[in-house]
Ligand binder design. Sequence first.
Ligand code: PLP
Length: 389
Amino acid sequence: MTNRFVRPDIAEMEPYIPIVPFEVLSARLGRAPEEIVKLDANENPYGPSPKALEALRNGRFFHIYPDPESNELREALSSYVNMPKSRLLTGMGADELIDLVLRVVLSPGDVVIDCPPSFGMYPFSTAVNSGQYVQVWRKKDFSLDIAGIETAVAQNPNAKVLFLCSPNNPDGSTISDTDLRRLLQLPLLVVLDEAYVDFAFDLNRGERGEHREEKENSAPSASSAVNNSSRIQWTLEYDNLAVLRTFSKLAGLAGLRVGYGAFPEWLLPHLWKIKQPYNINVAASLAALASLEDQQWLHEKVQLLVTERERLFAELGTIRYLNPFPSRSNFILCQVIGRDAQTLKLDLEKEGILVRYFNKPGLDNCIRISAGRPEETDRLITELHHLGE
Ligand SMILES: *Cc1c(COP(=O)(O)O)cnc(C)c1O
């Protein structure tokens, strides 16, 4: 029985299942954290840049509240993404920005359109904000059902927000310019999640952001060493587009919680009004700033991870019972054929190798493996061969 004070929609929500903390899992497996091959959460195995660690060690103002406007960080981001600072807002991870946008936009019952399988925070934050969650399933190859999205919008006059994720978590596919431009014609706020955009290039082509078909838009931002396949600058062209980015995957700062986004002009004042004043803490801000000053390091690690993604893909293709999907991100989704994916996950776990397991619609009997260090790929592949004997 629920208390009469609890909001009925909250009372009905499924409880959140927390992940097992890394230290706890390490103790349970009887292995030191350094021995564990952690390929289950798309974290950056190289960790933060040495400059970020140094900035944290040298921090002198941890006893002072942070700048509510994160001016220094937004200034640095402004030159990094080549966008006016006034259009950028930082968040406690991109996750907070997903929630903030929905808090501003949704009245109870308003519709949010999502294209599963995709990121779990979209349905979560929709539910917390009393939105109505409408799903337009991706096709078998994980491409978007564009006509299906248009139909869903036509059928839901109170549709307000469309979440798109490119590269998409958990499969790593990207959205083409043509599809994105078509979806931007809809009377919706489109939230494009680019958490993995820094990995969205093909090593062999030598050209970043290879998914672009419209060459006139492929000019890289002069200041950014790491990324030029982002559509963040499209927010200057479309006033119904928000683009989210994060330091979690690129800069190895997942544990410090810092993300940012570019938003339409009309939305920003409202986001500013409702955000918690001290959402970006002093440590997160120092580390993010120092990371941006170490773009050479970020760039090297991205190159290593994309190289490793390609090698991992080739190696996984040699495992009889796995069907890997091509990915433009720092992870690879595999369908497990003729055996139980959960058992496989647990067998790997016993050897100290962590992968993500899924078994839900669109992700039937699947595992997702993050790109790690070369030696981590080696251990994984050896074990996968061993388990196939
Ligand atoms: C990891 C992730 C994020 C958010 O990351 P934060 O750590 O909250 O910045 C956002 N979107 C997708 C698709 C992700 O996988």
